[in-house]
Design a protein around this ligand. Sequence first.
Ligand SMILES: [Zn+2]
Length: 295
Amino acid sequence: MTRSAFISALLLLVGPLSAFAAEQKIRVSSFSTILTEVAQQVGGERVEVTAHVKPGVDPHDFEPKPSDMRAVAAADLVLLSAKHMEGYLARLKEATGAKGNVLEVGNALPSLKLTVQHGDHSHDGEDPHWWHSVRNIARATKLVRDELIRLSPADKAAFTTATSAYLGKLEALDKWVKTKVAELPRDKRKLVTNHDAFGYFAKEYGFTVMPIDGVSKNAQPGSKAVVEMIAAIKDAGVKAVFSEDVANPKVIQEITKETGAKFGGELLSDGLGRDGATVEEMFKHNVTTIVDALK
Ligand SMILES: [Zn+2]
């Protein structure tokens, strides 16, 4: 046997174990609506993405079903928001066994602190809502690209090209956000919502999030926290407050009634809001709603 024939034979033996055959799709399990889009954009035809957390579903309350666990066990890559978003992480890792293919995307991104309410006490935790900064989504895209290349090196060129195209779209989106936000003077960039999800947005685009300790999804109208919030909104002269698609709006109704601030509209806080919605649509909806109401 010649040397090159020997190498060919060796590649035939090793090939199927170390790389994906051209017709075999890379199975991706995604627990974030944002990362579902990212994986589809980067992986294109080469990936088959299972969206476990669907648009409009509250990821804080999501619990995987046995069918989710079976898909995870068969997946080549599992994508998580992380920063403690997935309380069922240990079960996912158990389902994937020794594969070590769970990518906790948020954990590789910069972190902001968030005060977490537990009944009558609070503590500092990590804010999990990193996707409200376009730059963070770009960072996440590169992480997903690198992981897909590691899984299927033969597709490196395709993944790299698709990533560049998607990053170009994100850059254009980031410019659009900054231009729209610039319509609002800095002293008017105050954001009041009933679920503290916009910390990364605020940091990236120059807003202040009004402290809403206790004004969480579980807060009761008339409670001390709500009364303090009403005073703070009057003090700051905030023109509008916002609600969120997956949160209870009762507290917001009381605040608008007591302060005279108008209800600015619903924001998409915990990911893409409905089937077919995209990252671009999420930002355009949120930023337009916020800027137009506060102007
Ligand atoms: Zn949230």
